[in-house]
Design a protein around this ligand. Structure first.
Ligand code: NDP
Length: 267
């Protein structure tokens, strides 16, 4: 079965390794490649790949909005998030789904973290924040404190939510918080770009868990900051990466892969 992840840059993607593991775990012959595709020729590249026998595609930065817009059959979740990271062809139509949000929740469950009744700070309002916000709200948190540099993007995110808007409060990066979040999720790309991330002074006062969607073999800049501020438990996005990959794999193969530990894959 031919599968691929498309994006730009894509050379360092871990997806081929993860999906090969899934294939091996089920005895399925999987050929999963990382293919450089840019925004200019996105639609024609996708169509060519499906015509040449690819069964499923993962889509990563900076193409998830295009993946959504070219699809002819969109799941409810991808419609709400206006983004897609998984494509497949069925009955001559491009189908899409967004597995990032359920992937993050899957990782919280694997880590025995319940979001019910908690105050969550979500930093960033870009593509990944849009993708995860509805899934976070479905877990019935008390409040989502949405902190973003550009206020209008945070407002767009909130306005597009089908349910739970009233639980989302919007702040900029310098506003002090009245409510201290128990969990902070970082979806900003400041760290990976080597930029400083300004945050409210009292943000970490009661935080028990910090979760950075970015991932790396060493501590991410955001998690280093969280550690300095005394947050006892910190995670990066490797677990989410594995879970969202497993959900895409299920959509393409209708099989349940065994999910490796982070240590088995990220060495
Ligand atoms: P986007 O570019 O869509 O959004 C980036 C966000 O970061 C924006 O809200 C932007 O604010 C904010 N930001 C960027 N630089 C700064 C800065 N210097 N100070 C303050 N805020 C800043 O990126 P994505 O949401 O798609 O991705 C974000 C991260 O999540 C990436 O590192 C990506 O790898 C990771 N990710 C991980 C996944 C996983 O499976 N673990 C899945 C998906 C993403 P503004 O609106 O003001 O521009």
């Amino acid at each position: 079965m031919k599968l691929a992840v498309i994006g730009s840059p894509i050379k360092h993607s871990l997806s081929p390794k993860i999906h090969s593991y899934f294939g091996d775990s089920l005895g399925l012959e999987i050929q999963y490649e990382a293919i450089e595709v840019n925004r200019d020729k996105f639609k024609e590249s996708v169509i060519k790949l499906f015509e040449s026998g690819y069964v499923g595609l993962n889509v990563t930065l900076p193409l998830k909005d295009l993946a959504y817009s070219i699809s002819q059959n969109k799941t409810k979740l991808s419609q709400e998030t206006k983004t897609a990271n998984t494509l497949w062809m069925k009955e001559n139509k491009i189908h899409c789904d967004s597995t990032d949000g359920p992937g993050l929740i899957g990782d919280f469950k694997r880590k025995n973290i319940s979001l019910k009744g908690l105050n969550i700070a979500l930093i960033g309002a870009g593509g990944s924040a849009r993708a995860i916000a509805p899934s976070l709200l479905k877990e019935n948190p008390r409040r989502i404190i949405l902190i973003n540099r550009t206020k209008s993007k945070a407002e767009d995110l909130r306005n597009n939510l089908r349910e739970g808007k009233e639980k989302v409060s919007i702040f900029n990066n310098t506003q002090e918080q009245e409510v201290s979040p128990e969990i902070i999720i970082n979806s900003s790309s400041a760290g990976i770009k080597g930029e400083d991330l300004v945050l409210p002074n009292n943000l970490f006062n009661k935080t028990k868990i910090s979760y950075d969607l970015s991932y790396s073999l060493v501590e991410t800049p955001f998690n280093l900051l969280a550690k300095e501020k005394g947050v006892p438990t910190i995670y990066d996005g490797k677990g989410m990466l594995l879970e969202q990959a497993a959900l895409s794999f299920r959509l393409w193969t209708e099989r349940e892969p065994s999910i490796p530990t982070e240590e088995e894959i990220f060495i």
